[in-house]
Ligand binder design. Structure first.
Ligand code: DX5
Ligand code: ZN
Length: 219
């Protein structure tokens, strides 16, 4: 099965957001990955509702919103209104994760949970059956363009086992340092969705790079 490709807008040219989104519309990208950072959960600030609403005006593909923020439960409805189709919160940022997941589903979005590189898959055992997506961070969240952490492969294996054991329909998404070299092994280990920021947007031909990622096959 071909992976879903979710280029990360964080690496796009913000001064030309409309043409970047139109490029993604033309491309084989499946989702637009939208990274929201608050300067508290992660040591960086990206963008918020006004920028998301601007993206929404032109985007013809689902918006996959990755919330790297504390207390995400306060803003779920607003992210949905700003165009989020998938809303992913961090395990480490939620005191009442089950409640927050139900909140996301109640507003009509798909619900995801993200794990930082240090967070074990076992933390999802009692929530996996409720999830539409698990995002595995393969770098520490906060910045694009970082180096892929190889322990991710082992983590994907454990996660895939858990998904199968619990009969969960959750998709497995990998985010951070993804490129054409590590993509085949990521797919082999169970990844369904590949996020790619700098690999796509710093390429000479981003549209072709997305097509190349889409056609990567299992190693
Ligand atoms: C990092 C973000 C990622 C990032 C990926 O905190 O969650 O989505 O944009 O960028 P690359 O592909 O450049 O690592
Ligand atoms: Zn992300």
């Amino acid at each position: 099965m071909k992976p879903l490709i979710a280029p990360s807008i964080l690496a796009a040219d913000f001064a030309n957001l409309q043409s970047e989104v139109e490029m993604l519309n033309r491309s084989e990208a499946d989702w637009l990955h939208v990274d929201v950072m608050d300067g508290r959960f992660v040591p960086n600030i990206s963008f918020g509702f006004p920028v998301m609403e601007a993206i929404q005006r032109f985007a013809k593909k689902p918006m996959d919103v990755h919330l790297m923020i504390v207390e995400p439960e306060q803003y779920i409805t607003r992210f949905r209104e700003a165009g989020a189709d998938v809303i992913t919160v961090h395990l480490e940022a939620c005191r009442h994760l089950h409640r927050t997941i139900q909140q996301i589903k109640a507003c009509g979005a798909k619900a995801g949970v993200a794990l930082n590189p240090h967070s074990p898959v076992s933390g999802l055992e009692d929530i996996i059956a409720d999830l539409d997506l698990v995002l595995v961070m393969s770098v520490n969240p906060g910045f694009g363009g970082q180096k892929f952490i190889p322990n991710t492969y082992r983590k994907l294996e454990t996660l895939k086992e858990l998904v199968l054991a619990r009969n969960s329909s959750a998709l497995i998404e990998v985010d951070g340092g993804v490129n054409e070299e590590n993509a085949p092994l990521l797919l082999q280990k169970g990844a369904d969705v590949l996020v790619a920021g700098s690999f796509v947007f710093s390429a000479a031909d981003p549209e072709q790079t997305i097509a190349d990622l889409k056609s990567v096959s299992l190693k």
